[in-house]
Design a protein. Structure first.
Length: 317
């Protein structure tokens, strides 16, 4: 009897260990997928104009999102009372921000783009304080100061000035991060009951179509001049970075706390900097490495307010 119990416990521990290992590997998969997104965008916009590249990426991803919705038997239509919210998400989460990111990467390296966009969770914190009256702790304020101070030093070390095209690219990326953060906060207010599948599927399809058509009229892309590398990058962005990353992230939402999962935004820039430096064949300078670590450490502090943790430790069990 004792032997059978011991064997059963050993089997249960083995299953728990395998489940934790699978979760860890999937977490790293999301970090790698989102970390390589920035290089994929940079390769895509080498020969595809920004509006067209954004539209094609979403049009490639849309059929798979629809398939995923069908498999899960979920509607792709927003409730009628959320029509305004649907338009807001389509334009301000998918449409404009992804064009701005693509435009930004025509002037800024993929690694720097990821570092700048990593400000997004901090903007969520600020918008939550403004619109949802959530508290910002002193340690979080210190983390914000450290993070943005480090970002300024990174931009300075990269030689970006007010007259430089790269500065316009940085502003575009920051604008995209701000819009994404605002969308997350508004979603918390008005769209919490909408499933993740519904939230993504139709907006990504309509945003892709609009971006593609606007690009067709304004940019007038020459498809014969698009390189094979750019096409492969668009396919990667549509199939793996968008759909694959989304599915795995959706899976992890059921198994990890939001705080732990939010550290994806701290880790993926590390992958982006390393992969971008490898692709460009350039070493990561000491200044860039130091200020990048400081930036990510500052933003990590915003996710784990020291005062709140100490209060929990001090409270009786």
């Amino acid at each position: 009897m004792a032997i059978a119990t011991a064997i059963g416990k050993a089997g249960q521990l083995r299953k728990q260990w395998l489940a934790r290992l699978a979760t860890t590997l999937l977490f790293l998969t999301v970090c790698l997928s989102w970390g390589t997104t920035w290089l994929g965008i940079q390769i895509a916009v080498e020969t595809v104009p920004p509006l067209t590249a954004s539209g094609l990426r979403f049009l490639i991803a849309f059929p798979l999102f629809v398939t995923f919705a069908l498999i899960r038997s979920e509607s792709i239509l927003f409730p009628r009372r959320h029509l305004g919210f649907f338009v807001f998400i389509t334009l301000c989460y998918f449409g404009l921000p992804y064009y701005l990111l693509n435009y930004g990467e025509t002037h800024v390296s993929s690694g720097l783009t990821a570092l700048v966009f990593s400000c997004m969770p901090v903007f969520i914190l600020i918008f939550s304080a403004l619109f949802l009256r959530e508290r910002i702790y002193w340690s979080q304020a210190a983390g914000i100061t450290i993070g943005f101070g480090s970002l300024l030093m990174i931009l300075r070390s990269q030689g970006l000035s007010l007259e430089h095209d790269g500065f316009a690219g940085v502003l575009a990326i920051l604008a995209a991060a701000l819009m994404h953060a605002l969308c997350y906060v508004v979603t918390k207010q008005k769209g919490a009951e909408i499933s993740v599948v519904t939230f993504n599927t139709l907006p990504i399809g309509l945003a892709g179509l609009m971006l593609f058509l606007v690009g067709l009229g304004i940019e007038q892309p020459e498809y014969a001049e698009i390189s094979a590398r750019s096409w492969w990058a668009l396919i990667y962005l549509g199939l793996f970075a968008s759909v694959g990353g989304f599915i795995v992230y959706f899976f992890l939402l059921k198994r990890l706390s939001p705080v732990i999962l939010s550290f994806v935004f701290i880790i993926f820039p590390v992958f982006a900097v390393i992969v971008g430096a490898w692709y460009e064949g350039l070493p990561v300078s000491g200044d860039l490495a130091f200020y990048s670590i400081l930036l990510l450490a500052g933003f990590a502090i915003t996710k784990l307010p020291v005062e709140k943790l100490l209060a929990r430790l001090a409270s009786p069990a």
